[in-house]
Design a protein around this ligand. Structure first.
Ligand code: NAD
Length: 378
């Protein structure tokens, strides 16, 4: 098979879907790999590193004219036009918000959306792009916030006076939130965190953070337990939302740094911090809204901007934070892509998609002219 690695064309996307390491494995398995010139350059992978392992460096037209295309972002309309009829495409398709699903089907593309991975399967873990990318994003979010903050994170005892440690609040303790807690702790901050999932309490405490507890009714506890089985958040009722708002208001208004990571797959991000809470924060405090692209957890956050409020709080709205660590996020993403790709190829290198396979079935969004996402309810 010819496997193509095009350069990403969406603004701000610095990652690449294959590294010399994964390309080498594909070539060893008998495939031909073509890499668009410059595809890895923003992720610190020069063309020469791909050619050194046997890939051909080609132009965009040749890269898209492959049997299998590996990408970070879903192909745009412009890219779809270049892909050959019937090709297989593996990428993060953002399937809940992607307006091009019918166009992929019309071109007979066999598209696999990596975000749809059933995460609770242990054999899926090495293909889990949400985890690999969120982990790095949680780390980088703290570093970015620290960079905007005009004071240090750790406590300092100096002859000129004592410097208090920064107070950091993390909202949403999934993969990104846990890494944000760990990073802020390593930098010497005092950390508080909260999540809808009560099971996150032990994880927060094991990292040395303080759990911000929101009281739950019996019904909410039951909903949380059911959601825990799926690994994702549940939709809280009005009482929980009201109680959470009071707790968040108190913690956030006293915080120096706030990182919000709360996402709900397929829906807009929950609004967790209101402008009136931001208005109570000290000048120089920093908020980073990791959910800014899906509506934002923070009132007043703006995609691609650092907003400074009237009371001197900076709200960072950088989207796609994994792209800020392109070398490492590409390396992990490329491993995830490779680990999935080999499940749809047999030893002879032919495509063997198996719809009985839970992972392949979950990821497949278009095939043979059919749009398979969202899946029809039984
Ligand atoms: P995510 O990115 O979808 O969401 C981030 C966090 O925000 C989640 O913890 C969620 O509970 C929280 N959140 C959503 N709405 C909220 C609200 N209104 N208030 C407070 N918090 C809110 O989450 P994720 O990082 O993908 O992880 C979700 C869970 O899945 C975690 O428990 C993670 O450990 C688990 N996970 C399991 C596996 C596995 O079993 N192999 C793999 C990856 C993740």
């Amino acid at each position: 098979m010819q496997i193509g690695i095009p350069a990403e064309i969406i603004a701000g996307e610095t990652r690449v879907a294959a590294t010399p390491d994964t390309v080498k494995k594909l070539i060893t398995a008998g495939h031909k790999v073509v890499v668009q010139a410059g595809a890895g350059v923003n992720a610190s992978v020069p063309d020469a590193s791909y050619s050194a392992v046997g890939a051909s460096i080609v132009d965009a037209t040749a890269a898209y004219a492959s049997d299998i295309i590996l990408k970070v972002q879903a192909p745009t309309a412009e890219e779809i036009a270049l892909i050959k009829d019937g090709a297989t495409v593996i990428a993060m398709f953002d399937p809940y918000r992607n307006a091009n699903l019918a166009a992929f089907a019309a071109k007979n593309l066999q598209c696999f959306a990596l975000e749809l991975l059933p995460r609770t399967l242990s054999r899926a873990q090495n293909m889990d792009v949400l985890s690999s990318q969120s982990n790095l994003a949680g780390y980088k979010a703290v570093i970015m916030a620290a960079d905007e903050y005009q004071r240090p994170f750790p406590m300092f005892m100096t002859s000129a006076g004592t410097v208090k440690p920064a107070r950091v609040v993390i909202m949403g303790v999934g993969v990104a939130g846990l890494q944000a807690i760990a990073t802020a702790k390593r930098l010497g901050a005092v950390v508080e965190a909260t999540d809808l999932r009560p099971t996150a309490k032990d994880q927060v405490e094991s990292l040395g953070g303080k759990w911000l507890d929101v009281p739950m009714s019996d019904e909410e506890k039951e909903n949380a337990k059911k959601a825990a089985a799926s690994g994702y958040a549940w939709m809280p009722g009005p009482q929980y939302i009201a109680d959470q708002a009071v707790i968040v208001d108190k913690a956030v208004s006293q915080a120096d740094i706030v990182i919000t990571t709360a996402l709900i797959p397929g829906r807009n991000a929950p609004r967790l911090i209101k402008a009136e809470t931001v208005a109570k924060m000290k000048a120089g405090s920093v908020i980073l809204d990791m959910a800014v692209e899906t509506g934002g957890n923070v009132e007043g956050s703006v995609v691609n901007e650092i907003v400074t409020t009237a009371n001197g709080v900076k709200i960072i709205g950088t989207p796609n934070i994994p792209a800020q660590l392109a070398a490492q996020s590409s390396a992990l993403y490329a491993n995830n892509v490779y680990n999935f790709l080999v499940t749809i190829l047999n030893k002879e290198g032919q495509m063997v998609v198996n719809l009985e396979d839970e992972i392949q079935k979950a990821l497949l969004i278009t095939q043979a002219g059919q749009q398979l996402f969202p899946p029809k309810r039984a």
